[in-house]
Design a protein around this ligand. Sequence first.
Ligand SMILES: Cc1cc2nc3c(=O)[nH]c(=O)nc-3n(C[C@H](O)[C@H](O)[C@H](O)COP(=O)(O)OP(=O)(O)OC[C@H]3O[C@@H](n4cnc5c(N)ncnc54)[C@H](O)[C@@H]3O)c2cc1C
Length: 267
Amino acid sequence: MTTATPTRRRRRLRPVEVADVQRLSDRLTSVTFTGQFDGFEIATPTQHIKILIPFPGEHEVALPPSTPEGPLWPTDGPRPPLRTYTPRRFDPETGRLEVQFVIHGEGPASAWAERATPGDRLAIGGPGGRLPLAIDAGPWLIAGDESALPAIGTLLDALPDDATATVHLEAEDSAQRVEIGGPGAAQIHWLDRSASQNPGSELHRALTTAPVTRETNVWVAGEAGAVRGIRRALLDAGRIDPARFVTRGYWRAGESNHPDHDHGDDA
Ligand SMILES: Cc1cc2nc3c(=O)[nH]c(=O)nc-3n(C[C@H](O)[C@H](O)[C@H](O)COP(=O)(O)OP(=O)(O)OC[C@H]3O[C@@H](n4cnc5c(N)ncnc54)[C@H](O)[C@@H]3O)c2cc1C
């Protein structure tokens, strides 16, 4: 007989269906989901959602029954992988949610995104997460690798028109630039990282020489080890205000399913 246990944390999972898939570059795919989005509200830029990913080769996930304590998972089989992504755009009028996936070569979410097809059925939880920075005119120094492009897009969309922002984006092939948006005064710098370089190495170089003051809001996300190196270097240099400095480890080289609450502040 199949037994089941509720998950530790309460998390409502909503079924969603893929409505559209657009390849933005060799390394980035945009997937638009539709579904029942009652009560789904994005409170701040850079929030995240959890996505339940189909098993390899499958195009849908079986949703477990929902209880007040959370989803009731069968204990006699594997659970579908759960991964963290950024709601890049959400339109409450049409109930369409865009998520952009890095195609990085391995991992269930990347593998699914590579073969995502309209009609695929997944489930999402959230959104969650907070941004401890005031969305003001800045100045801003914003940086990240490809995994942070969607979050940076939400941040730039939220900035006022008169904001001053310098943005550093590291990509394996910066020739394949994607539209990132932002206020008119935003200066966008694409940094090329060859496949043999450590992730975040170009960001480290750019950020440690970037002009900043103690009034600059600084937001950096990407590979967890690189983010820690950047955090330490900027704080040690004493040029920025720690209260205006947000770092997030979005993934870690060699580790599957990196946690969604890595603030990098143990560096
Ligand atoms: C708050 C938050 C928001 C995020 N938003 C996005 C988003 O909008 N889009 C997005 O693509 N990612 C985003 N991420 C990162 C994403 O959750 C991870 O990349 C995740 O590990 C991908 O799952 P996977 O199943 O593909 O790979 P996993 O099974 O987790 O990992 C398998 C292997 O792939 C490597 N790997 C994982 N991610 C990457 C990567 N980006 N580049 C190179 N190698 C990698 C791992 O080190 C591991 O060796 C976000 C993470 C957080 C915490």
